[in-house]
Design a protein around this ligand. Structure first.
Ligand code: ADP
Ligand code: MG
Ligand code: ZN
Length: 328
């Protein structure tokens, strides 16, 4: 699926704007130069006629004698020469009247030989990151500012060293993001509140989007927002399935804080269907939740819970509430 259609159209709008600004700018300069130096206008008109003739000859079936073509070429060169001389005598570079496009590769068209230009891809990534920041309400979470110092570095009763454990998870997540593909496993991040589950899942989202080698569509949503959207769509009887498709078809779906959503027959069924559908289609999902295994099983259907617990890679976050640690 790659990016959402909004991402593509926003990026395209920026490119179109760049091009029309460059064209407008060139037209303003042209009008100005023509008014000041009418000889430049005359040369431009002459040049246009010569070029048109030349193109017409080139397109004709029967080939022209070489001398005709080369004399026309010489004429064009000489007009261009005169034109540059006038411009240069007035302190202007010879390409002064050309539009100055932001992207030299595609002249701000966004495509080159039928494929997306790198400038278009770059803008899509930027727009996708903005979309992520808007949907998560936080642009700040990244691998770079995830610190292991918040997790104590000593053994606890069950024998695990929190810092070492979190270090492993951190490395796993970085690796996961770097190597993300359509066949990547799904992940469930479990643990109490404030342990960095949202932070790490957003870090993955950001890194997957920022990856220049690919163009994966990542959708992040708190569980509450996701079910509200699905509910609104379902009960509006509009016949549209825009939200449903966004969540089922994106390359990577992140459901944050599963269990915090208002629970109803509809919401548990919707989440169950979404999870099953994505597993069935082999599309990775990352879930974060404060629910325990027992709560998860009680809240969702047996089938849903067992699929999450059986088929997702489970990360059991440990430590103390980092919001609290930060404010100490
Ligand atoms: N390892 C960490 N390093 C730096 N900040 C962190 C870390 N873990 C969590 N935080 C920050 O602490 C706050 C709570 O973390 P969050 O990821 O929301 O926890 P959870 O989703 O597990 O409840 C957030 O502001 C987050 O950015
Ligand atoms: Mg969270
Ligand atoms: Zn380009």
């Amino acid at each position: 699926m790659a990016y959402s259609s909004e991402v593509y159209s926003r990026a395209k709008r920026i490119i179109d704007e760049r091009r029309s600004l460059a064209d407008r700018d060139a037209n303003i300069k042209k009008a100005d130069v023509y008014a000041k130096y009418p000889a430049v206008r005359d040369l431009d008109n002459q040049l246009m006629r010569e070029m048109a003739n030349f193109t017409m000859l080139m397109l004709r079936q029967k080939s022209e004698p070489d001398e005709v073509l080369s004399s026309m070429k010489a004429e064009i060169d000489s007009i261009q020469q005169k034109r540059s001389e006038i411009l240069s005598a007035n302190g202007l570079p010879s390409d002064y009247l050309e539009p100055h496009y932001t992207c030299k590769k595609c002249d701000d068209i966004g495509r080159k030989n039928g494929i997306l230009c790198s400038c278009y891809k770059e803008l899509c990534r930027e727009e996708a990151l903005k979309e992520l920041a808007a949907s998560s309400g936080s642009a700040a979470c990244s691998f770079e500012n995830f610190s292991l110092s918040y997790y104590v570095d000593n053994g606890v009763s069950d024998g695990t060293n929190p810092r070492r454990k979190m270090q492993n998870y951190y490395n796993f997540c970085i690796n996961y993001a770097n190597e993300f593909s359509a066949g990547s496993p799904s992940i469930i991040m479990m643990g109490k509140t404030g342990l960095g589950k949202t932070h790490l899942s957003l870090s993955i989202a950001k890194a997957v989007i920022a990856n220049e080698k690919s163009a994966f569509g990542v959708v992040y949503s708190p569980a509450q927002k996701l079910v509200s959207e699905l509910e609104r769509e379902h009960f509006s009887f509009s016949g549209t399935d825009f939200a449903m498709r966004k969540y089922t078809e994106c390359d990577l779906l992140i459901i944050d804080d599963l269990g915090a959503e208002f629970s109803s027959q509809f919401t548990t069924a919707a989440i169950g269907n979404l999870i099953n559908e994505r597993l069935y289609e082999n599309r990775p999902t990352i879930i974060s939740t404060n629910l325990s295994v027992k709560e998860l099983t009680e809240r969702y259907s047996e089938r849903t819970a067992s699929r999450i617990l059986g088929e997702y890679k489970r990360l059991l976050f440990v430590g103390e509430d980092i919001r609290f640690l930060k404010n100490r």
